[in-house]
Design a protein around this ligand. Sequence first.
Ligand code: GLN
Length: 292
Amino acid sequence: MTSTWTVISLLNWAAPYLEKNNSTSPRLDAELLLAKVLNCQRLELYLRFDKPLAPIELAAFKELILQRRQGVPVAYLLGTKEFWSLDFKVNETVLVPRPETEHLVETAIEFIEKNFPKGCPVLDIGTGCGNIILALAHHFAAAADFSGIGSDLRPAALALARENALNLKIETVSWLTSDIFSALIPGTHFFDLIVSNPPYITSAEMKSLPREVLCEPAAALDGGPDGLEFYRQISAAAKNFLNPGGSLIFEVGDRQAESVKKILASNNYSAISTKYDLARHERVVSGLTNGD
Ligand code: GLN
């Protein structure tokens, strides 16, 4: 690169370069990364097309493009990801929040609004950067009875979740280091809603993950031999922590809905239902407990 590089000439170089290296959104990636280097909004680049870049900016951009070329997700390079129209800090210790997980949030909101208009205690198992429980807490900011717990096995994830809560000024969620329910005490902890986007990739799929997903923590992805291990464990134990009429809501992987419905049925949940994502996959599976 020479000092004559401008915003537009850099974008015109970087986008085809990333495309050749298998990015599915090369122009967008290049724009987001250049906006990060120039510390501006992406659309502001369009007002600065002819701006020449300083050598230090060029070097920083080149480094980001090289990492992107190796498959590092854009969210990790930016250090942030939008979810539910909120900004979440992310890094390699957590899964990058996915748009399809917003269906889980939607389903949870519908359940709470219908049954607990003033909010209720909610547990999010495997919270990662806290996106699910913090999106709920943000939605129910004015609900007097909303309280959340985000649990995760990994302290590094919880440190990030705490930071996100602070940035979003949310004080109704507390954080718990816990291997599923290990840190929760039956008879002491009760919830009206438990949500989870557990690891659900099968052992076979773990061996052939796309490059980008390989950058994400295996602990947040690996769902055991058939990908269903966490659904079994959570469904069986959640009943010890749910009030009668409480709900358990899961995100599930492609083609897992039928199996997860069966797991819920075999644990005596009722009103088992599913919701589709925008790609027409059954993405959310939920059931109610009768408190038996
Ligand atoms: N949605 C992620 C993926 O398909 C997996 C998330 C998970 O295992 N919960 O890559």
